[in-house]
Design a binder for this molecule. Structure first.
Ligand code: ATP
Length: 223
């Protein structure tokens, strides 16, 4: 699903070059539940966002779901993100003025699905995450765990090849976090999605099929 060879991402700040990623080599297989861990500033988010086509490498090879992302232009990357990637954020990133089902519907609008199909799929996804009875609630009427479950439903509606999660439990208490990860693992095995998750939480790392630990933009540990 992901092939990364000698990947670099450098930022230039005046005369200083920050080497956020400094020669990453990594292969992630289809269907894996994969964790990226490491201390703050080690390059985790940079790596995740590159895999999602939200940023471009300084150099190196980056092939995701069969597409060579380093060679794609902005339009191709936008299309890739829309069709192939689902994203889950620490802060859920739901639109406050929209209900749960309207939030879940959004990626399908970008994918030009007709309204009736959108509604049916959104409701089905909300049922899968156990929130059908909350479908008309807005985010501020839902708990953090419920909001993250809505975000998971939204991330899966376009049947992405790869689900990227940036600290998905970072804003949840321990037990809610565990429930959300169990749900995520269950849904991805049913939907045959590959998951790459950034986390500080070693309990979550233990639940992953494999992990890498980053330090100063390099992989220093893996299993
Ligand atoms: N746009 C940018 N411009 C300059 N430097 C950046 C930029 N984005 C990230 N960096 C730097 O790149 C390094 C890696 O950042 P990154 O956000 O990937 O780390 P992280 O491991 O995800 O950290 P955290 O756990 O705190 O989110 C850091 O030193 C950071 O300051």
């Amino acid at each position: 699903m992901v092939i990364i060879r000698d990947l670099h991402r450098h930022y230039r700040l005046g005369n200083v070059v920050v080497r956020a990623l400094n020669g990453i080599n990594l292969t992630i297989y289809t269907g894996e539940f994969f964790a990226i861990c490491g201390s703050s500033g080690s390059g985790k988010s940079t790596l995740l966002y590159l895999m999602g086509g939200m940023d471009r490498p300084t150099r190196g090879e980056l092939i995701v779901a069969g597409q060579n992302l380093a060679r794609q232009d902005e339009n191709q990357l936008a299309e890739f993100r829309c069709r192939r990637i689902g994203f889950i954020y620490q802060n859920f990133h739901l639109i406050p003025s929209l209900t749960a089902w309207q939030n879940v519907e959004i990626p399908m609008i970008f994918n030009h699905l007709p309204r009736s199909a959108r509604r049916q799929i959104a409701m089905q996804r909300l049922q899968e995450v156990g929130l059908l009875e909350r479908s008309h609630h807005r985010p501020n009427q839902l708990s953090g765990g419920q909001q993250q479950r809505v975000a998971i439903a939204r991330a899966l509606v376009n049947q992405p090849a790869l689900l990227l999660a940036d600290e998905p439990t970072g804003n949840l208490d321990n037990s809610t976090g565990k429930e959300v990860v169990a749900l995520l693992k269950n849904l991805v095995s049913i939907n045959q999605v590959t998951v790459v998750m950034v986390t500080h939480d070693m309990n979550l790392v233990e639940q992953a099929d494999r992990f890498v630990r980053l330090q100063d933009g390099r992989i220093v540990e893996s299993n």
